[in-house]
Structure formats: structure tokens, C-alpha cells
Write a protein that binds this ligand. Structure first.
Ligand code: THU
Length: 136
């Protein structure tokens, strides 16, 4: 029998990402990013970017959400990102690799601007030929 899973409530996921975005600590770039991970168990885990006066210590919204998800012992099913930009932005390369540590290549990643423009990818499209535990 095929395992059935509930449809993904993208509006709710984007709403959580937008709420997280508003909490961003981005005084240097002023580029606030919100992310929300829907976990395999159906929970929603938010993350936002946290910058630092020592700029290189900045942690992206997606990786902060992943860290929180790991604390909860969860795995990701889908990721939503919200940015205040002209176009929806994909996760940066470092975040793609960290997402791939936990998510499979078929996992959907959607990004939206605050004005509602949307883009979507699979993690496999964002990071083909990923380096994974299988390569060790
Ligand atoms: N940023 C994210 O939070 N996620 C991304 O995928 C791209 C970049 C943040 C990092 C930094 O605080 C700001 O956006 C500008 O790069």
C-alpha cells in the first residue's frame, strides 16, 4: 500500500516564514529572510537570518531553521522562504548543502517575495551532485 501524506499547506508555511522574517537580525545588510520547515511529523519550524558585527559570522534563515529542527529531532518535508526582494531568492549554496544533509533530492523548496511572487525548486535541482554521507 502506498503511504499517503497530507497535502502541504504552503500558505501556512509561508505565513510562518514571513513571521520569522520579521524577527530577522539583519542590521548590516537590511536583507531580512524568513524560512519555515515543514517536518515529516507535520510541525512547522521557523528560522531567520542572524547577522553579526563580525559580518562573516552571519547565519542564514534556512540554517537556523535546520538547527532548530534538529533540536526537535525532526526531518524536513518542505521548505518555504520569504524575502523582501524583487524576485524570489533560492537558498545560498551553503544552505543547500545543509538542507541536503537532512532532506532528499525530491524535497520541494519554495520562495516568495513579500509582494507574492513565487518560485519553486526541488532540492535536487538546487544542488545536483551533492556531497553526502554516501560519499564518505
Ligand atoms: N541570507 C539568508 O538568510 N538566506 C539565504 O539563503 C541567502 C542570504 C541572509 C544572509 C544575510 O544576513 C543576508 O541574507 C544578506 O546576504
Amino acid at each position: 500500500m502506498l503511504a499517503m501524506s497530507a497535502p502541504i499547506d504552503w500558505p501556512a508555511l509561508f505565513q510562518a516564514a514571513e513571521r520569522a522574517r520579521q524577527a530577522a537580525h539583519a542590521p548590516y545588510s537590511k536583507f531580512k529572510v524568513g524560512a519555515a520547515i515543514l517536518t515529516q511529523s507535520g510541525a512547522v519550524v521557523p528560522g531567520t537570518n542572524v547577522e553579526n558585527a563580525s559580518y562573516g559570522l552571519t547565519v542564514c534563515a534556512e540554517r537556523n531553521a535546520i538547527g532548530r529542527m534538529v533540536v526537535d529531532g525532526q526531518r524536513p518535508r518542505a521548505v518555504a522562504i520569504v524575502v523582501d526582494s524583487r524576485t524570489p531568492t533560492p537558498p545560498c549554496g551553503m544552505c543547500r548543502q545543509v538542507l541536503r544533509e537532512f532532506g532528499d533530492p525530491a524535497m520541494e523548496v519554495r520562495s516568495r517575495t513579500v509582494s507574492g511572487q513565487e518560485a519553486k525548486w526541488t532540492l535536487g535541482e538546487l544542488l545536483p551532485f551533492a556531497f553526502t554521507a554516501n560519499d564518505l
